[in-house]
Design a protein around this ligand. Structure first.
Ligand code: PMP
Length: 437
């Protein structure tokens, strides 16, 4: 026993163990909100994942890969991407971009889009480099830039009130061209573009993309283009790939995700598409960190794309059907929220919707001078008292700007009809309680 005791005493270290690059990024709101949802939520519209299954053709492809004759699918495959997957991705995106892509040098497979982002920041950002991030933003961009030694520089999308008391659209959130231009400097290395944007659902217009592209060219900087929601656009809107604009291919890395594309977020298959002069550096990071992604999942995703390339643009294509179904779900949630006075901002894309909670301040009073943004306290109160989970919009803003966006919460509507009905019931009951004394 004394032996064990002395060992445990010896094991205690007094010097700091964490690397400096972790300073200031060790807190993450997802840990807290995922736990709150697991503890209290009866209806979880918080974290972004579908509660419906991926399409049968994809599940069947996985099962075939798992139990088929080719037992080599249980072993390592090519580090930079399983050959059938990089081949079909090169063919598919080559067609969309109107250029010949080499599967071996213009495509790299990653562990979800998350690892693709990580590779980009590690590969391109040096100490002191600035990276422009459009706010509100998918929250991991900021810590990933910092971990690489870079400095995030934020530029906000600013809301314009719609006319005639109409509901706001994500298109009403716009960049101020002069403000955007003012963020570019000699230290700028890259801009992160996320269209369709999480959390607002904004789909950047051609004009907005051209503005960004012109600045990228003028200042000779890279564009990290996170397009994981590329198929989830509504009302006939078009997703435009910035890499297809003049001068942009050479300086853009396009990022995609089978998680979002095929409603299978747990598979964690993502990819990057771009010129070899950029991708060669992503391969260096990938080789020296993750090295390899699950073979069977890559094989199944390759077959999913094989099907989709044959059905491209046809009514049976999953890339046609999924947005159709999601648009209907979006409209249900818009109606539910609007009916109770939680004003929705109608998203043009993604499976998220941001709503204004100003009218609910009587339920959850503001605490002046609190360190915690109002929307964060509201979302915690809502999950604990109403069983409905959502994410505060301030989670998608940098520390200094959290209070600029503190009366909105984000809902995910990639959910079964029953889940959305249950959310509607909670909201309706809440509204009745508010109006009856
Ligand atoms: N980018 C954005 C904008 C996202 O919303 C997400 C997932 N929420 C990711 C990247 C990460 O995707 P994956 O699950 O494929 O890693």
């Amino acid at each position: 026993q004394t032996h064990f005791l002395s060992l445990s005493l010896q094991a205690k270290m007094s010097r700091p163990v964490q690397a400096r690059r972790l300073e200031g990024i060790d807190k993450n709101i997802w840990v807290e909100f995922v736990k709150l949802a697991a503890t209290y939520a009866t209806v979880n519209l918080g974290q972004g994942f579908p509660d419906f299954p991926p399409p049968d053709f994809l599940k069947e492809a996985f099962v075939r890969a798992l139990s088929g004759e080719n037992h080599m699918l249980h072993q390592y495959t090519r580090a930079f991407g399983h050959p059938p997957l990089v081949k079909i991705l090169a063919q598919f995106f080559g067609k969309l971009l109107g250029r010949d892509l080499d599967p071996m040098t213009n495509v790299m497979v990653t562990v979800g889009a998350y690892q693709a982002l990580f590779c980009c920041f590690q590969a391109f950002v040096d100490e002191g480099d600035e990276v422009i991030i459009i706010e509100p933003f998918f929250d991991c961009y900021e810590p990933m830039v910092k971990m690489a030694g870079g400095m995030p520089v934020f530029v906000p999308l600013r809301p314009k009130a719609p006319k005639d008391g109409k509901l706001m659209s994500s298109a009403d959130w716009q960049l101020d061209p002069a403000e955007l231009a003012s963020k570019f400097s000699e230290r700028t290395k890259a801009i992160v573009l996320n269209s369709p944007n999480n959390p607002l659902g904004k789909v950047f217009s051609r004009g907005e993309l051209e503005l960004i592209a012109d600045l990228c060219e003028k200042h000779d900087i890279l564009c990290i283009s996170d397009e994981v929601y590329e198929w989830l656009v509504y009302d006939g809107k078009e997703h435009i790939r910035i890499a297809s604009l003049r001068g942009m291919w050479d300086r853009t890395v396009m990022i995609g995700s089978a998680g979002k594309t095929f409603s299978a977020t747990g598979w964690k298959v993502g990819w990057t598409v771009g010129p070899n002069r950029l991708l060669q550096h992503l391969r260096t990071v990938h080789q020296n960190s993750v090295y390899h992604c699950a073979t069977i999942a890559q094989e199944a995703v390759a077959q999913g794309f094989q099907r989709e390339i044959e059905l491209y643009g046809k009514p049976d294509s999953y890339f046609v059907q999924l947005p159709k179904e999601l648009q209907q779900k979006r409209d249900w949630l818009v109606q539910s929220l609007d009916a109770v006075g939680m004003k929705p901002i109608i998203p043009e894309g993604t499976y998220f919707l941001v709503a204004d909670i100003s009218e609910f301040k009587s339920d959850v009073p503001d605490v002046p001078d609190s360190d915690e943004p109002y929307d964060s306290r509201f979302a915690k109160w809502m999950v604990k008292n109403k069983g409905l989970a959502a994410i505060p919009l301030s989670a998608f803003c940098c520390g200094a700007h959290k209070n600029n966006y503190n009366h909105f919460i984000r809902f995910c509507f990639a959910k079964e009809e029953a889940t959305l009905k249950a959310a509607n019931n909670i909201l309706q009951k809440w509204k009745r309680e508010k109006t009856s004394p």
